[in-house]
Design a binder for this molecule. Structure first.
Ligand code: ADP
Ligand code: XUL
Length: 535
């Protein structure tokens, strides 16, 4: 039976892919590690990067049915690879943060009606439940008016930060819900239940409605940090009757259901396999990096770049960019998010025809720290940190660089700007560390790690097991919650640093980056202050 097994499944429904990791806590092995990239595997959704095109660059939505279909594909692949899902003793996972899914009928009605039919694809059964065809995701920057309204209703930005750990922010769920209510009041009225991506994925697996945890819930502009409950004043400021559309949050270690018979029949899971509350991808990554106990700082280089760390007590960002979320292992975490992460780096590779190897070479051997005075403001899309509601791209330096004729300098410029921005905007986290742990798709790029090491003057260490620390975090959380595993033991087995690929800082670059930091800060402030716009 399930309880005799030592295997745990972690899922991560992120912007561009759905990933799974299976761990065996007895042997210390990663038994499976597999992803479905939406663009490649589900091209019919017209979302090569996981989101739908829109005429207004501030509006970014995804099709939730793509996530549903990916779940069937992923589990089918695992079974085909010979992974015995009947040996899984518990499941947890994560979703890209802030994105929301709107249902006309609660998942609990599905449960009362006997659960998912085993003879029809899940996608077909979820489609008629939706009260909103698409899900606004974290890249959406179209709710500035709603942010201002919510903040004003509860007494301003400082009050918002004190209550929730964050200001009212465009991508956060509350302002998105308010916009939906304002623009589609009838559809809002007929919405019975609103989920985050994380609780949506957990609900699919359980075939009933799964609650939100404080890790992801804190990214909604609705959760009170002190109590871990929805704040009535914020619910009222957001949309009428919102409290009845959200289940009360539960601790991250809570069991939110058992695997639905659909997955037992189709993929061979053991009946009764427990589902532990899903959380946000960043809180999950904090666990998967072995950084859930204070003292370690993580840089995640995914679609977005984020920098985060566990905190024993909540410490908020005076600039208002950073956030405080619940830490799934207890206490809190700080996080700063940069929207122009991988997509900005990809933009440079596309414009200059570089491969990732060529991109790394450009940094490591073809250019020098400081980039011979060339600097780029790489905000190809609206930015979260610093707050830019329009793209802002500016090239400073040599004629060739400014004219777009210096590929190596462009590669270094995008990464230097990103690292300087991270250093500047994460200063409030105030964790003095000599090591940064790195994860995410771009953490395998030696050029990027070199610049991070020099800008932060810190040792940069990737994780040995997997680039997908968020899915790993799900598996570890399931092992801790229902397998009785100890955090320290789990971290020492599964979160070993990959010291062979660690990058040491070059102390001779310290002064260069101190100077460059001042220049960059000035240019960023000017960009934020002016309404500089360029496509
Ligand atoms: P997410 O979880 O947000 O979907 P991932 O952590 O899987 O993102 O990272 C995906 C990104 O990693 C891709 O968009 C790609 O730009 C980047 N990436 C993959 N390989 C490399 C590489 N060798 N160098 C730099 N970036 C890379
Ligand atoms: C964090 C954020 C992103 C998403 C997608 O606040 O918006 O990091 O979680 O990864």
């Amino acid at each position: 039976m399930a309880s005799a097994s030592h295997r745990f499944l972690g899922l991560d429904s992120s912007t561009q892919s759905l990933s799974a990791i299976v761990i065996d806590v007895q042997t210390g092995e990663v038994v499976a590690n597999h992803s479905i990239a939406y663009g490649a595997r589900l091209p019919a959704y017209g979302s090569p990067h996981g989101f739908l095109p829109h005429a207004d660059p501030r509006v970014v939505h995804s099709d939730p049915l793509m996530w549903v279909e990916a779940l069937d594909l992923l589990l089918g692949d695992l079974r085909e690879q010979g992974v015995d899902l009947g040996r899984i003793a518990g499941i947890s996972g994560a979703g890209q943060q802030h994105g929301s899914v709107y249902l006309a009928r609660s998942f609990d009605e599905v449960a009362s009606a006997g659960g998912w039919a085993t003879d029809r694809a899940l996608r077909e059964q979820v489609a008629p439940l939706l009260s909103r065809r698409t899900a606004p995701i974290w890249m959406d920057a179209s709710t500035s008016a709603e942010c201002a309204e919510i903040a004003a209703a509860v007494g301003g930005d400082a009050k918002m930060v004190a209550l929730t750990g964050s200001r009212a922010i465009e991508r956060f769920t509350g302002p998105q819900i308010r916009k939906f209510w304002k623009q589609q009041p009838a559809d809002y009225q007929r919405t019975a239940e609103i989920h985050l991506v994380s609780s949506f994925m957990a609900s699919l697996l359980a075939g009933r409605s799964a609650s939100i945890d404080p890790g992801d819930g804190a990214g909604m502009d609705l959760l009170e940090l002190k109590t871990g409950a929805w704040n009535q004043a914020l619910l009222d400021a957001t949309a009428p009757g919102l409290g009845s559309k959200l289940r009360p949050p539960v601790p991250a270690s809570a069991v939110v259901g058992e695997i639905s018979p659909y997955f037992v029949k189709k993929y061979g899971f053991a009946p009764g396999t427990p589902i532990v509350a899903f959380t946000g991808d960043n809180p999950s990554s904090l666990v998967g990096m072995g950084a859930a106990l204070p003292g370690k700082v993580v840089v995640s280089l995914g679609t977005s770049d984020t920098i985060f760390a566990a905190m024993a007590a909540p410490r908020t960002d005076p600039r208002g960019y950073g956030h405080v979320f619940g830490n799934p292992a207890g206490g809190f975490m700080a996080l700063v998010c940069f929207a122009n992460g991988s997509l900005a780096r990809e933009e440079i590779t596309r414009r200059f025809g570089l491969t990732w190897d060529g991109f790394a070479r450009a940094i490591l051997t073809e250019t020098r720290p400081g980039n011979a005075g060339n600097m780029l403001l790489p905000f190809f899309a609206p930015e979260i940190t610093p707050r830019l509601t329009q793209p802002a791209v500016q090239w400073f330096g040599s004629d060739a660089f400014v004219a777009g004729g210096d590929a190596p300098a462009a590669a270094r410029a995008v990464v230097e700007a990103q690292a300087l921005s991270m250093r500047l905007h994460a200063a409030f986290i105030d964790e003095v560390v000599d090591t940064l742990l790195v994860t995410g798709g771009a953490s395998r790029n030696a050029g990027i790690l070199r610049v991070l090491a020099d800008v932060f003057q810190a040792r940069i260490v990737p994780l040995a097991v997997a680039t997908n620390s968020s899915a790993l975090g799900g598996a570890l959380r399931a092992a801790a919650a229902v397998g009785g595993a100890d955090w320290q033991d789990l971290f020492s087995r599964f979160c070993a640093p990959d010291t062979a690929h660690a990058v040491e800082p070059d102390p001779s670059t310290r002064a260069v980056y101190a100077e460059l930091g001042r220049e960059f800060d000035g240019r960023v402030e000017a960009a934020v202050a002016s309404s500089f716009v360029k496509g």
